[in-house]
Structures are given as C-alpha cells and as structure tokens.
Design a protein around this ligand. Sequence first.
Ligand SMILES: [Ca+2]
Ligand SMILES: [Ca+2]
Ligand SMILES: [Ca+2]
Length: 384
Amino acid sequence: MWSVVLIFMAKILFIVALPTIHVVPNAITIGITEALHLECFIKSEDLSPTDSVISIGVLHSDNMNAHVFTTIASVSSFNGVRIITNSTNVHVVGSIVRNGLSSLNITWTSPLRENAGLYKCEVNEINELGKPITYDDTGSVAVNELTIDAVFSEIIKLKNRLEQINLNCVTSHEIEITEINRLKQNISVLVNQTSLLKDICETELVHVQDLESQNKLQLTSVENSVQSLTLKQDEMHGKWNASKNEYFISSERFSDKVYLLSRESVFFYPTFAQSLCALHGGYLVEVNTQAEFDFLKQFIRTYGSHFEHVYTGGTDENHEGVWLYRHSQTPVVPFWAPGEPNNDNKNFDENCEEFHKDLQWSMNDLQCSFPNSTVSGFICEVPV
Ligand SMILES: [Ca+2]
Ligand SMILES: [Ca+2]
Ligand SMILES: [Ca+2]
C-alpha cells in the first residue's frame, strides 16, 4: 500500500513517466473476432529529461490471478524487434525513438483462447545516474463465450456481408456488362464503319473498273484509229508509190541516194519539177562528184534516151554566171561540156543546167521554160 502511494507521489513530484498499454478489443469471441490489437508506448516528452528509454517488452500471463508472465515480444535500441512467442497468427512492429514516440504494437489475427489473459507493458529506462529503471502498465483480454445468440448474430452479420459482397459482385458484374455493352457498341460502330468502307471500296472498285473499261474502250478505239491510220498510210504509201512509179523511173541505190527520172516529156518549169521531187522526198538533182555524174549519165542513157534534155537543180537565174543548186544553195560542181555554159540564146537567157544528149550527156546551160518541148525531162535526187 505504501509503495503505491510512494510511486504516485514520485510521479507527481519527480515527473516519473509510465508507459501506456491499449488492448482492442478487451474481449474476444473465438472464431468470430477477426483481430486483437495491443499497443504499448511511451512518449519522450513524458520522460524526465535526464532519462532515456532503452527497451520495451510485452509480457503475457494466461492466468489473470497468478501473474506468471512470459515475454512474447520486445523492441530495444540495440536489437530492434524480437518475437519470442511461437504463435503463428502474430504480427509485431516497434521502434525506440529518442525524441519521440517509442512503441511496440502486436496484432493477432483470428485470436484464440490462448491469446486472452493479462498483458504487461514494460519500459526499461536509464536514469541520470546510469541506473536502470523499469516502469510498466497492464491490460487484459477476456474471452466471450460463444452463445447461440452470438452465433445467430454472427450469421446475420455474415449474411449481410455476403449480400454486400454479392451486391459488389453484381455491381462489378453490371460494370462489366456496361463495359461489354460499350465494347459491343464500339464494335458495332467499327462494323458499320467497316461496312461503309467496304461499300466505298466497292463503289471505287466499280468506278475503277468502269474507268478501266473506258480506258480499254478508248485504247481499243485508239488502236483501231492507229490501225485505220496505218492502213490509210499504207494505202497512201501505195498510191504514192503508184504515182511515183507512174511518173518516174527509179534508179538503183547509189551511195545513200536514189534518183527518179521523169518518164515522159512534160511541160517543164523549175519550181513545178522541184515540187514534184519534194512530193517524193527529194529535190532536183545536185551532181556533186564525178562518180555521181557518171552514174547519172549511165542511168539516163539506159532509161532517158528518148530525151534530148534532162534538167538538174543547177541555175544562175538569180545572178547571171553564178551557178548554185536550188535546194542546197551550194555552188554547182562544173561538169560542163566544152564551151558551156555560154548563155547563148537569142530569145531566152540560158539559166538552167541540163544533161545534153548531143553533148554526150555532159552539162549545158539551157532556157528554164520549155513549154512545147517533147524531148525534155528532169531528175530528182532522193535521200534514203
Ligand atoms: Ca548529188
Ligand atoms: Ca545564164
Ligand atoms: Ca548553153
């Protein structure tokens, strides 16, 4: 009795700090109580400034009256948390804090009968003299015996909880259905878009096929036109050749040329002859070399012996005495017969070059227009 009074007095006079133990709940129902929490703590501000906490321990006694305690867990500034009990349903955390809250917390999940009883929280301190001091606080856990009412009460709680779980599940399910519906709607939109795209693609395909058909038709039309033009060209070419063969005798190829000798004696005028030659891709002959001259004389002897005059492209009509070829405007190469050109005519200038039969088909200058001649021809030179 006196010791209790002394401690109480010391607490008031010397600010002795006692630890605090909280046990929640104070009574457990085996099989129903989900967890038992025990907290043992002391605040540094409650200590004497010269004291310091070195460890906290939680002890347990099965017997409320015998007070035979065994340590089940501790925490110290040296070793940290230690769990001494063999219980497997226990979880312990704790720490020693010099300038703050030092604590040791123990939780039992689904506590058993052996977890009930008396608990003591011991705080070991060192005072200003270096002397260890221990203070403690105690708490108890009772056991509520299971009754039919308690079982029914628990069943009702479980039923309510199950309904809540079901409700959560339904809600979750509804959320899933909502999500599924949203996905279905998205899929439907996608399907519609895909269908729309398919329609567009099909329309485009038909359009492309139409264009392709039109292109084929146009190509066929162009091909037919080309074929028709080719036929016309062949026809024209045939006519052109027929015309050429009708009017001219064609030589063999000489160098890169052929020569066309007029078959009959016709009205000769240089520009008329030049245009007939141009119609067949050439011009009035221009005698450039001795070989060409010799070739042409032989050609005339063979096919033009009925002529007395065969005109060439040489002329001095623009400047008397200056002989140029009409087409190339290059100087006439002189293959004149002796004494020619002499411009020797009483009525006309002799301004056109000709092969002259009486001069062994050497060159002479002769009048250019010979309207009534029946013995005059001309030669075209055609590059090939
Ligand atoms: Ca020539
Ligand atoms: Ca002349
Ligand atoms: Ca002459």
